[in-house]
Design a protein around this ligand. Sequence first.
Ligand code: NCD
Ligand code: ZN
Length: 346
Amino acid sequence: MQELTIRRPDDWHLHLRDGDMLEAVLPHTSRHFARAIIMPNLVPPVVDTALAASYRARIEKALPQDHRFIPLMTLYLTETTDAEDVVSGYESSAIAAVKLYPAGATTNSQSGVRDIETAYPVLERMAEAGVPLCVHGEVTDADIDIFDREAVFIDRVLEPLRRRIPSLKIVMEHITTSNGIDYVSSGADGIAGTITTHHLIINRNAILAGGIRPHYYCLPVAKRENHRLALRAAATSGNPRFFLGTDSAPHLDAAKETACGCAGVFSSINTLSCLAHVFEDEGALDRLEGFVSLNGPAFYGLPANDETIRLVRREEPIAVPASVETKSGPVTVFDPMFALHWDVAE
Ligand code: NCD
Ligand code: ZN
């Protein structure tokens, strides 16, 4: 039996939702993860620190009593965000970052930023105060092919932003292309990238080949195999600029299995097992801790967690539920399409 003890991990990009869904999904993160960057794309979105504080209180209330978990709150950047609210919220630790959604890019992003120029004054204040910006790196122009939207975002939005405000700390979230990997690896300091579990495992065939499979549909959409390989190389390279952001994004099955299904993969429950499998495949188990537990806090300027977790490789495949029940219906769990043997020992 193989074992691996690592610092307790954190998830640097997570959707917890609210209400019944929050209650159903939160324990699957808080069981193993110490902290997570909580996405603000609720309806209505979390646009100021007062809303972030009340959302944090709802998360803390939904937390199982024996779980210790710190939600790191984020604000949803709009064209009317108040820079002083952002800075004071960051300085009092009410928020950990601000999230840029290009308007229309993904689930509940209608209030996002249409013209990045309008956000520059707030972004400049954030740079001065050291507030990190998390970016959903896709353009939304109807004339840009959905598989090209990340690469075009780099040229049209990210690079001009980096030139204009080089001191702004930026996390390019859920990178899905080799273009994103190259951009983050080769840039000056102050940029990092998160990679999801599912993008290390699936390419676009999972969604489209042999039938349409809505549970593999997420945004940014999975790309070609060469991109998946670039993500795996980066995640397992030991490069401290890359760390885990699961982007676990639960939707009710009814909302995914329909003519116009929602984007999002729900993976919090088996993410660590999947990642141990991937890192083992790549001969990089010794680098798993950096990816899930060390690189993220270092970028955010936070200490790594003191506690540890133990991963154990079982002889027999471990059991993972196919779905999680909420009061409003089931949510399908990410199926990596291979048996999982790595288990988190409680
Ligand atoms: C996310 C969601 O459902 O909130 N969906 C997804 O496919 N990742 C939004 C997002 O992060 O893009
Ligand atoms: Zn997300």
